[in-house]
Ligand binder design. Structure first.
Ligand code: RIB
Ligand code: CA
Length: 326
């Protein structure tokens, strides 16, 4: 039986790769995608999400638009405002969407779906945690319907937004604390420490492109853009992290990451440290772990998974329901 998954995204090039992976992997049943403000404003993350699903023939997966702002810091920037030279850009380089988002909002969808679930659902938030925290504020018992929450966010030795913080957590630190302390049965955190170890190379992009499949072509385009943008900032030539897809890959091959059980909380007060994931790595810590934190990731296994899922002819993927557009 395939695993039921909801992705919460701020699409973004790496979110886009994660969406394609979850939508096309035969062991995953992507029952909905919720969007949130993040890499770009929420109307653009929604538009990008619809583009991706249309492009790979999975317009049947419903998209629900979520929050445009963090839950507490209303004065915070409403999006990272990625520039045309950045790893995302405002609009993904594939055709405009043909399908439209659902009328129901993301938070309403999360609450209704989790309240009425007859099977356990896996939540995979790979953007700021505003939607998930708001749903939990409405009904804290939603955790009972979730077998695992797999979050891309945070950083211990590696950060990217400030000297202390990773973007997804920094963008809504109060929401992150709500989710980390909600009491999920299993919470896996995939921080930058892990995603920077699973760099995807130009060679893999070339192989994806050569396959000629819609997903292969799009993944190559998105990851190549990231490699251009990360040029000189990672410890490898012609490679870049594709953070969010590490979470999707973990769902089907848990050994793609290596984890430690730790207590994690988020700093919300210090002016220099807002959004820092404070991971209690002390060997003599007495704090009860609330997360399985990834500190390692396997680049070869990730590349193999991307090639396996994205280069399959569309007809053999989970449910190719319409041909890709021109
Ligand atoms: O810090 C990396 C994360 O921030 C990724 O999820 C990326 O898509 C952005 O949301
Ligand atoms: Ca993201």
């Amino acid at each position: 039986m395939s695993r039921k998954v909801i992705l919460d995204v701020d699409t973004g090039t790496d979110d886009a790769v994660a969406i394609m992976f979850a939508a096309l992997h035969p062991e995953l049943d992507l029952i909905g995608v919720t969007t949130v403000n993040g890499n770009v404003p929420v109307e653009n993350t929604t538009d990008n999400t619809l583009r991706v699903l249309d492009w790979i023939g999975r317009s049947d997966i419903p998209v629900f638009e979520g929050l445009a702002r963090p839950i507490a810091r209303l004065g915070f920037p409403t999006a990272r405002g990625d520039s045309d030279g950045g790893p995302h850009g405002k609009a993904l380089p594939i055709p405009e969407p043909r399908s439209v988002r659902q009328d129901t909002g993301a938070v309403e969808f999360l609450v209704e779906t989790l309240r009425s679930a007859t099977e356990q659902i896996t939540l995979v938030p790979v953007g700021p945690l505003s939607n998930i925290a708001t749903a939990l504020a409405i009904d804290p018992a939603l955790t009972e319907a979730v077998d695992e929450v797999v979050i891309m966010g945070g950083g211990h030795a590696v950060t990217n937004m400030t000297a202390s913080a990773e973007f997804n957590i920094w963008a809504d630190p109060e929401a992150a604390n709500v989710v980390l302390s909600a009491g999920f049965g299993r919470l896996t955190l995939v921080p930058l420490d892990a995603t920077y170890q699973a760099l995807v190379t130009r060679d893999t992009c070339a192989r994806l492109e050569e396959s000629g499949t819609p997903a292969g072509i799009a993944a190559s385009r998105f990851i190549s853009r990231r490699i251009d943008a990360y040029d000189g900032t990672v410890n490898a030539a012609d490679a870049a992290p594709v953070h969010d897809v590490v979470c999707a890959a973990y769902l089907v091959r848990p050994e793609v990451i290596t984890t430690r059980s730790l207590h994690v909380t988020v700093e919300t007060a210090g002016p220099l440290t807002i959004g820092r994931t404070v991971m209690d790595t002390r060997l003599n810590s007495t704090q009860k772990p609330n997360a399985e934190v990834a500190f390692g990731a396997d680049p070869q296994l990730l590349a193999d998974l991307l090639l396996d899922v994205f280069t399959r002819p569309p007809s053999t993927t989970a449910a190719s329901v319409s041909p890709p557009p021109e």
